[in-house]
Design a protein around this ligand. Structure first.
Ligand SMILES: *Cc1c(COP(=O)(O)O)cnc(C)c1O
Length: 392
């Protein structure tokens, strides 16, 4: 199918589809570990790359390819490589593109396991990382070394929704011969296109909004063909492969991504506006609110504020836990990107491995609550929070 000029809404339901000889309308699922060749010559042609087609499911599966092509169309990328999880995608980016002795500059406000991966695991293999402020491009420039190959950022960040200037970071990275990778998990291509803003690599935890219903794990790396060849070679050799079943679920998730992200964002804005006016709430962090420190930047590089809202209560952990425990509709869980709203206390869960001093310097107070706003009616979410807020 020629995709040129098609609107993203059309690409989300049409791009990447391949049909078998049965001409199924909904995409088929290919639960097989290997594929049979018609002859020894065909087997040789497939292995040499002279003839396209599946070989073995560690690195070729038609369902996984359909998911990759559809996501690439939505991100505007030449190529996508799918993975078993978001963390596998991040690991493969480094393993596929870097070597021992090289250096990463990364935002301090990235996913906790990414920090552990960079610091504790890659550090043991001679890839060093310097962590800097997500909102101060000067710190990125100052952290550059002759060996710097990769800049790594997440925008907006978790849980404080700090917004990084993707174009500014891309310019600095390119000045020093490094690539910029953006973890686009919180916005998805429905709201933000990092490649159009100058980034070289986009990374996803497909586990979150791309699935959108909290069912499966998955990940993806996107970029130009040259970079993705390195990432794919790591996948093919090391095998952190997206399963055929998960690829099928994710392919379906992409069909409703844009509709869901619009609804998540609209509900989040309504909830954030209500929280900001609430006398018991100290401050609200949501990129779609004019009071957000990087609101103007957020509205330049994202089409809406997204689905994540954080807010702070004066009463610290006691007040936060009371509000969380009083909820009846929301789920108390750290996951996000689900149709169901989730509520979490970062200081005692996702960020509990930081010392109190590290948390304080990161701005994650004991009274901070993060909500990943789902698709329930916002009025029911307000009632749910009011149960606890009225008691503190
Ligand atoms: C969840 C998450 C990851 C890791 O993804 P998994 O699929 O859980 O491995 C990476 N980055 C961000 C921003 C995430 O929220």
């Amino acid at each position: 199918m020629n995709l040129d000029g098609l609107h993203p809404d059309t690409l989300a339901v049409r791009a990447g589809t391949q049909r078998s000889q049965f001409q199924e309308h909904s995409e088929a699922m290919y639960l097989t570990s290997s594929f049979v060749f018609g002859s020894a010559a065909e087997a040789a042609a497939r292995f040499s790359g002279a003839e396209p087609g599946p070989i073995y499911a560690r690195f070729t599966n038609p369902g996984v390819s359909m998911f990759e092509e559809r996501l690439a169309a939505l991100e505007g990328a030449e190529r996508c490589v799918a993975f078993a999880s978001g963390m596998a995608a991040i690991l493969a980016t480094v393993m596929g593109l870097m070597r021992a002795g090289e250096h990463i500059v990364a935002s301090r406000s990235i996913f906790g396991s990414t920090v552990q991966l960079f610091q504790n695991i890659l550090g043991r293999f001679g890839v060093e990382t310097t962590f800097v402020s997500p909102t101060d491009p000067d710190e990125w420039r100052a952290a550059v070394k002759p060996t710097t190959r990769l800049f790594f950022v997440e925008s907006p960040s978790n849980p404080l929704t700090e917004v990084s200037d993707i174009r500014a970071l891309a310019d600095i990275a390119h000045d020093v011969g490094a690539w910029l990778a953006v973890d686009n998990c919180f916005c998805t291509p429905a709201l933000q296109h990092p490649l159009q803003l100058g980034a070289d690599i986009v990374i996803h935890s497909a586990t979150k909004y791309l699935d959108g219903q909290g069912r499966v794990l998955g990940g993806a790396v996107l970029g130009n063909k040259v970079l993705m060849e390195g990432v794919y070679t790591f996948l093919r050799t090391a095998g952190p492969t997206l399963s055929a079943f998960n690829a099928w679920v994710l392919l379906k998730g992409l069909e409703t991504l844009s509709l869901r992200m619009q609804a998540h964002s609209a509900h989040a804005l309504e909830l954030a506006t209500w929280l900001e006016a609430h006398p018991k709430v100290e401050r609200v962090l949501y990129p779609g609110l004019p009071s957000h420190p990087q609101h103007a930047l957020a509205m330049r590089q994202q089409s809406t504020g997204g689905g994540i809202v954080a807010f702070e209560l004066a009463g610290g952990k006691g007040a936060a836990w009371k509000v969380i425990d009083a909820t009846q509709v929301m789920s108390i869980t750290a996951n996000l990107g689900d149709t169901r709203t989730t509520i979490t206390h970062p200081a005692s869960t996702t960020h509990s491995r930081l010392t109190p001093e590290q948390r304080a310097s990161a701005g994650i107070g004991d009274g901070l609550i993060r909500i990943a706003v789902g698709l329930e009616h916002p009025a029911d979410l307000m009632t749910d929070l009011e149960r606890g807020l009225s008691r503190i």
